[in-house]
Design a binder for this molecule. Structure first.
Ligand code: FAD
Ligand code: NAG
Ligand code: NAG
Ligand code: NAG
Ligand code: NAG
Ligand code: NAG
Ligand code: NAG
Ligand code: NAG
Length: 568
């Protein structure tokens, strides 16, 4: 228990489960000191975001006030190593150890002050602020020698808890922020150039989009400012409102530089380490190595025709049914014409990089007419917008100014890919709309992401499930809980979310997006990877024979591992 005094400084008792006691007691402070000097002093201790609020006068400190104000803010969270966007992954769900605020009232410090305690939960007790491949090599060696589990934490957006683990050593990639553009990028060992942008592992979409705007190029990325562009998003697939015509993130990956758990720093692209390249293009983050940088395809700027129909009420069943009926009736045609977008119970946003304004208005006439009908009927807040954005970046700024995801809340997310066949006949459309209505009746928030690469063939060199390409929608549903939910209530929320998506599971093939899937996805190998799964375990064993990397429902995972002891 040589580590006790060090950790005790934080008034925490993170070494509470048996696993941590066994494993951490094998390491001694001196080993961490050696590790620290091997990474040039960039080893630091993990602490809960809210810890500064727990000291006797903490509530009065400027730092605590800032934390309370910014508690639900995504960029603030992603800048803080001990904070996670989906907050149950900071906690130990199994034991209740945590240090969370009441998200409905962050002024209230009762959740973290006596008799409540502030605990480390699943937050890694140690982090390395990674700046070079050497840091990662040293960490793999340390993990092997002392059997300390490793996790890679980039932004902490993961919905499935794959970027935290109790008793672990975290590789924090946040500060790898380099971005560069090469209009004739040639992957090492290849000969064909293409325009490419190289992103350090810590770059977030907000940075990448600003960079793209300043170079008049398009980078295909997600609809959230602070998700990582080169880490888990990319390695798990990476969908975008532009994916219908421009592909998934993985379709546009040109090269990775990656430290594999055997300690080698490798280049993976179409011309070398092709098996690893295949695995990193959809096999999932946190599994095959630590990516230091990713180079992705850059396209010329796109002009985006945009149509928005919305109304105020989020729970008017009849209006939602009408909106979704119009959407599903036209979905096949709109997919072929290049539309992507996003919708929920009271809004549909569509963008198109292929049509001009007149063609767009004609194509979207059924939706525009529906919006006008809502206006004529005096539906509260009924809105129809048709406009043009000169670039993805300008569209994104507009979109992100009014569409910010929930951050700092504990959430059970579930999802399903909806195949083209569901849109083929009036009968299948009606069944789908009913399935969507059933799903939304059972969860507080359902999103229809029109983000599948429906018109983008791919070239069989990515490892995401092939079902992505025969799909049009990726539907997510989510419900959450507050800081004081009991273990049973959390379990019930997961089960309820899972049951809500069963409405869609029943009428679709086994296919879901691994980065936004049910934590308890049944048959997850098939759902996430389809027939591409076959090759993945072998590639995992080749580059990580000792399973130094492991994460929940990841390729080659070992479910009984104590690193998963905080899952329910
Ligand atoms: C608000 C919100 C909006 C989202 N929007 C979208 C969207 O529009 N499109 C979409 O496709 N997805 C979206 N997602 C899901 C997103 O793809 C996942 O949350 C993804 O895991 C985030 O990756 P990250 O690296 O940012 O996060 P982290 O939680 O830090 O990491 C996620 C996983 O990737 C691994 N990882 C991270 N960096 C590396 C690396 N350098 N090398 C190897 N493994 C690494 C981690 O170990 C972990 O397993 C969204 C999520 C949230 C919370
Ligand atoms: C690592 O070393 C640096 C520089 O000496 C020091 O500031 C830091 O506190 C050390 N980290 C730990 C966890 O001891
Ligand atoms: C929020 O919590 C503070 C501190 O406990 C309390 O004074 C305030 O009334 C609460 N606000 C609401 C809206 O409940
Ligand atoms: C981007 O386009 C604008 C307007 O056409 C032009 O002024 C600017 O020089 C371009 N920037 C780059 C980096 O090409
Ligand atoms: C609809 O919602 C908007 C934004 O919240 C609000 O400004 C507007 O007043 C609402 N309109 C009606 C008619 O309620
Ligand atoms: C929707 O729910 C109803 C009532 O439970 C059920 O009869 C029906 O089969 C469900 N339909 C779909 C497509 O989920
Ligand atoms: C991808 O594989 C499918 C099925 O094996 C095949 O029909 C298709 O032609 C392949 N596409 C490419 C580009 O190789
Ligand atoms: C949980 O805490 C909130 C305030 O933070 C309170 O309103 C609610 O009643 C509490 N629920 C339970 C089950 O204690």
């Amino acid at each position: 228990m040589a580590l006790r005094p060090i950790i005790g400084l934080f008034l925490l008792t993170p070494l509470t489960n048996a696993y941590n006691q066994v494993h951490l007691s094998r390491t001694i402070a001196a080993d961490y000191a050696t590790l620290n000097s091997s990474v040039e002093g960039r080893l630091f201790k993990g602490v809960p975001l809210v810890l500064p609020c727990t000291t006797p006068d903490g509530g009065q400190s400027g730092r605590c006030k800032l934390i309370q104000e910014e508690y639900l803010e995504e960029v603030f969270r992603s800048n803080n190593p001990g904070a996670y966007v989906v907050s149950q992954w900071e906690t130990c769900q199994a034991t209740g150890e945590q240090c969370l605020l009441d998200y409905t009232n962050t002024s209230n410090l009762a959740p973290v002050t006596p008799p409540r305690e502030c605990r480390l939960g699943s937050i890694p007790p140690y982090f390395i602020d990674v700046r070079s491949e050497t840091d990662v090599q040293v960490a793999f060696e340390f993990s092997k020698n002392f059997q300390v589990p490793l996790v890679i934490k980039n932004t902490g957006h993961d919905y499935k808890g794959r970027s935290s683990a109790p008793g672990s050593l975290a590789l924090w990639t946040h500060n790898l922020k380099d971005i560069s553009y090469d209009s004739e990028f040639v992957p090492e060992g290849c000969s064909t150039p293409s325009a490419g942008v190289t992103l350090g592992a810590g770059v977030q979409w907000k940075d990448a989009y600003a960079f793209a705007e300043s170079h008049n190029i398009t980078l295909v990325g997600g609809s959230d400012r602070s998700v990582g562009a080169a880490g888990g998003w990319l390695q798990g697939g990476g969908h975008s409102m532009l994916s219908n015509t421009m592909g998934l993130g993985v379709d546009r990956a040109l090269q990775f530089k990656v430290v594999t758990p055997d300690g080698q720093y490798r280049v993976a692209n179409a011309c070398q380490n092709e098996d690893l390249f295949f695995a990193l293009r959809g096999g999932g983050g946190g599994t095959f190595g630590v990516v230091m940088e990713s180079t992705i395809l850059a396209s010329p700027q796109v002009t985006l025709q945009t149509v928005v129909v919305s109304f105020n009420s989020t729970n008017d069943i009849a209006l939602t049914r009408e909106l979704w009926t119009t959407m599903t009736a036209n979905a096949l045609q709109w997919a072929e014409q290049g539309w992507g977008g996003s919708a929920s119970t009271n809004i549909a946003i569509y963008i198109n990089p292929k049509l001009d304004a007149n063609e767009a208005a004609e194509s979207m006439a059924p939706l525009i007419e529906l919006g006008k009908k809502f206006q004529d009927a005096n539906v509260e807040g009924a809105l129809v917008i048709t406009t043009t954005f000169e670039s993805w970046g300008s569209f994104f700024d507009w979109f992100a100014s009014s569409n910010v995801a929930i951050n700092g809340v504990s959430l059970a997310l579930v999802s399903r890919l909806i195949p083209k066949t569901s849109f083929a006949t009036a009968e299948s459309q009606a069944e789908l709309v009913q399935g969507l209505m059933n799903t939304t009746a059972a969860t507080p928030r359902t999103l229809i992401l029109i983000d599948a690469p429906s018109s983008y063939p791919g070239d069989n060199t990515t490892s995401v499930t092939e079902a992505w390409r025969s799909s049009i929608y990726h539907v997510t549903a989510v419900s959450g809980w507050n800081w004081n939910a009991t273990k049973d209530e959390k379990k019930q929320t997961y089960e309820m979310a899972s049951a809500s998506i069963d409405n869609l599971r029943r009428i679709t093939p086994d296919a879901a997006y691994q980065n936004e899937a049910d934590v308890y996805e049944p048959n997850h190998e098939v759902s996430f990877w389809g027939s591409n799964y076959q090759r993945l375990p072998e590639i995992k064993n080749k580059y990580d024979p000792l399973h130094l990397l492991d994460c929940w429902q990841c390729v080659g995972w070992q479910p009984s591992s104590s690193r998963f002891s905080c899952y329910l």
